[in-house]
Structures are given as structure tokens and as C-alpha cells.
Design a protein around this ligand. Structure first.
Ligand code: NAP
Length: 415
């Protein structure tokens, strides 16, 4: 067990355990949270009230989260002169499930993105983003309710591994010479060079998690989205390794789209369908035939683009949740940034952190609390008393503050 200098371990809570791939969650789990910079404090104040209200309603006092504040970002830097104290990472590892608000990435000064550091150090290899529509939210689509997907984006490899060299640097020149002399391929002079590593291990564990999720939630398909037509040995291999996992580990529960077609579509109606799509065509598919897709498993860069594009189809950032998940460690977080111009105005939409909390409760197996929050949010939106971002897209809506929207969600749980 780590020792904590800045954070206080709540005396009234217990640790979540992880053994043989299973979490054991006590009735009073200690859950570390990072409030977040900018609008983080406003959002967290509203969110934690919603979380506690849902748990109290769902379990009548039997269960309660023991929240433990841990520090990162500006708050940590101002108080402790450290952007990301080691003990914050220790706490996430030790207590296994955490939730965080957005963090400012300090520009320059050689400080790496805190979010990227957390993902890498804790090996949170899947970035999971569910995208669904809430009735009444303004959307650019005619029928936004047809989109209901969960994106599993690989979080540790691909061009995001951060292995790249500036054009004209000695490293780039050396690599260019090596590629020419040893491998016989020509790169244009004065090229910047980035490396795109994609491993069998990294690809398979991501697709495995997506398949397990789809099976657990009884979802119809997993679609692997790749650019294997162009990048055969990276993106193409991602697809092949994905099919291999399905065949080797889930043969009884899955069927490929191709085999299903051959069998006349009826033959394996109960099985999870494994499909793949080229990334460019997938952007069209999500616009034109969104209801044909459910779980999506994709490499890092495709996933980054795709999850933001999908979120825009259903009403934007204020209600776009996310989770970074590894084996037995998970950090849930809003997908938006700190929106600093709204800091301390009690104005911003807390929906993204609140829905990240829904993902967190589902991950803990506290489905009743999760469902209550979703109901609360649906009813709050239906009441048309919403924060500014939703109000400006909803004719006849009344704009309310962050804290009042939290109250409205809690009220909506009982409606
Ligand atoms: P941002 O903070 O996401 O804000 C961009 C715009 O998105 C806001 O001005 C606002 O649009 C809208 N928005 C964001 N959150 C919202 C919410 N909760 N409710 C309603 N609207 C919301 O992006 P940014 O300005 O590019 O980044 C600011 C800082 O955040 C940077 O330091 C960046 O590094 C950091 N960041 C952190 C994370 C993270 O911690 N995971 C992620 C991304 C960025 P309107 O102005 O139209 O209202």
C-alpha cells in the first residue's frame, strides 16, 4: 500500500479488489477523484451530488462511495508545486477505479500531457466512448436516435506512441540513411519521420475487450475499423488479429459477417457478428446507416477522429462521456477539456462527467445507480431546463446553471 502525503485515505471505505480478471467491489468502495482544472470544480460539485443521490436511492444506504480527492493539474501545481504527484498515480493503481475532470495541458516547458501520462503509466489500453442520443437535444441529424454505438479506441500504440523525429534532425537523417542502405526504400530528403507501431498483443487485447463488452451487454456486432487497404501490415494486421481473437477465444459466441451471409443470415441469429470496415467508408456509414453499428474496435488515430465525429451527431461535447480502461484499472473522464472561459461561472454542462460516472457505476456492477442517473438526465433534458449549451440548440428551453442542472437530474430520478 502506498503512503499519501497530500491525499487522505477515507477511513470509512474499503479497497476494490481484482483477482483472476474479476473486480470485487465492497459496499463502501474508496474511489479517488481528480476535480479537474478550469470548469472542473463547478462540474465536480454538481456531479458528486448526482452520484451520491443515485447510489442512495438505488441501495437505500447499504452502499455509499467513499470519495478520495487526489491531485493533478493546476490545483496540484499551485498547492504542491507538482503537476502530477506520484501518489496520484499510486492511488489510481491501488484503488483501481477513479474518475477525473479535465486537466490543463501546460503548453511548453517540456511537460507532457497529464492525460497521456496517466494512460501510459497505468496501461489504460482502451479508450471507451459510448455515443447515444438523448431525446430533445439539438442535433444536425434528421434522426439522431439511430446512432447508438460504443467506440473502443486503442490507447497505447499507433502514431500516438510519440516516436517521431523532426525534419532535418540528426535522428531523422540517420533513420533515412538506414532505411535506404539497409532496407532499400527511399524517403524524400528533409522528411520528418514518425513511427506507427501496432502489435499483435496490443491489437488483440483491445478487440478482446470490445468482444467481451458486446457479449456482456447483449449487443449485436463488433466492427473493426481500419485502413488495411493502404497500411496492410499495421491496420490490415489489426483487422486480421481481431478476427483471430474472435475465432480462437469466442468461436461459440461469434460469427463473421461473411460466414453469416453464406449461411443465409438466419443460421446464427443469436451470435455476435464480427465485421470490418475501411475507416473512410465508416464515416459515411455512421451518417447514412448508423443503426447497422453497435460496438466499434479501432486503432488509436481512427478512434480519435471517429469518436468525436460520432459525438457531434448526437449533440456534442457537453454530454460525451469516456473511460480509459486497462486490466483491473480504470479511469473515467469527460471527453471535453477545461473550457477555461467558463471557469467558476456555474454555467458549464456537467453531463459529460455525470455520464462518465454512469460508465463507472456500470463497470463496478452498480447498474441500478447507473440507470437512475440516465433516467434523471433524460427527464432533465425532457423538462427543457438545461445548461446553456443544450439550451441554445433547443427551442423553448430555459437556461439554468451547472448546479441547478445537477438538481434537475436528481429530481428527474424520481419522476
Ligand atoms: P475544451 O475545453 O473542450 O472547450 C472547447 C469548447 O467546447 C468550449 O469553449 C465549449 O464550447 C465546449 N465545451 C467544452 N466542455 C463543455 C461542457 N462541459 N459543456 C458545454 N460545452 C462544452 O477545449 P479547449 O478549449 O481546446 O481546451 C482547453 C484545455 O483543456 C487545454 O488546456 C487542453 O489541453 C485541455 N484538454 C484536456 C482534456 C482532458 O483533460 N481530457 C481534453 C481536451 C482538452 P462553446 O464555447 O461553444 O460554449
Amino acid at each position: 500500500m502506498a503512503t499519501y502525503k497530500y491525499a487522505k485515505v477515507p477511513a470509512n471505505g474499503d479497497r476494490i479488489q481484482y483477482e483472476n480478471g474479476e473486480l470485487t467491489v465492497p459496499d463502501h468502495p474508496i474511489i479517488p477523484f481528480i476535480e479537474g482544472d478550469g470548469t472542473g470544480a463547478d462540474i465536480w460539485r454538481a456531479s458528486v451530488r448526482v452520484f451520491d443521490a443515485a447510489v442512495a436511492r438505488a441501495y437505500g444506504g447499504k452502499r455509499k462511495v467513499a470519495w478520495m480527492e487526489v491531485y493533478a493539474g493546476e490545483k496540484a501545481f499551485t498547492q504542491f508545486n507538482d503537476w502530477l504527484p506520484d501518489e496520484t498515480i499510486d492511488a489510481m493503481r491501488e484503488f483501481r477505479v477513479a474518475i477525473k475532470g479535465p486537466l490543463t495541458t501546460p503548453v511548453g516547458g517540456g511537460i507532457r500531457s497529464l492525460n497521456v501520462t496517466l494512460r501510459q503509466v497505468l496501461d489504460l489500453y482502451a479508450c471507451i466512448r459510448p455515443v447515444r442520443y438523448f431525446e430533445g437535444v439539438g442535433s444536425p441529424m434528421k434522426e439522431p436516435g439511430r446512432l447508438n454505438i460504443v467506440v473502443f479506441r486503442e490507447n497505447t500504440e499507433d502514431v500516438y506512441a510519440g516516436i517521431e523525429w523532426k525534419a532535418g534532425s540528426p535522428e531523422a537523417d540517420k533513420l533515412r540513411a538506414f532505411i535506404k542502405n539497409e532496407l532499400g526504400k527511399d524517403l524524400r530528403e528533409h522528411s520528418a519521420i514518425g513511427i506507427k507501431p501496432m502489435s499483435e498483443f496490443g491489437s488483440k487485447r483491445l478487440v478482446r475487450m470490445a468482444i467481451q463488452y458486446a457479449l456482456k451487454h447483449n449487443l449485436p456486432s463488433v466492427t473493426m475499423v481500419h485502413k488495411g487497404n493502404i497500411m496492410k501490415f499495421t491496420e490490415g494486421a489489426f483487422r486480421d488479429w481481431g478476427y483471430e481473437v474472435a475465432k480462437a477465444e469466442f468461436a461459440d459466441q461469434t460469427v463473421t459477417e461473411a460466414d453469416l451471409g453464406k449461411a443465409g443470415n438466419e443460421a446464427r441469429a443469436d451470435a455476435l457478428v464480427m465485421k470490418d470496415r475501411i475507416a473512410d467508408s465508416m464515416f459515411q456509414q455512421l451518417l447514412l446507416r448508423p443503426n447497422e453499428y453497435s460496438v466499434i474496435a479501432t486503432p488509436n488515430l481512427n478512434g480519435d477522429y471517429l469518436s468525436d465525429a460520432a459525438a457531434a451527431q448526437v449533440g456534442g461535447l457537453g454530454i460525451a462521456p469516456g473511460g480509459n480502461v486497462g486490466d483491473g484499472v480504470a479511469v473515467f473522464e469527460a471527453t471535453h477539456g477545461t473550457a477555461p472561459k467558463y471557469a467558476n461561472l456555474d454555467k458549464i454542462n456537467p453531463g459529460s462527467v455525470i455520464l462518465s460516472g454512469v460508465m463507472m457505476f456500470e463497470y463496478l456492477g452498480w447498474d441500478d445507480a447507473a440507470a437512475l442517473i440516465v433516467r434523471g438526465l433524460e427527464n432533465a433534458i425532457a423538462s427543457k431546463h438545461v445548461t446553456y449549451d443544450l439550451a441554445r440548440q433547443m427551442p423553448g428551453a430555459t437556461e439554468i446553471s451547472t448546479s441547478a442542472f445537477g438538481d434537475q437530474i436528481i429530481k428527474g430520478m424520481d419522476a
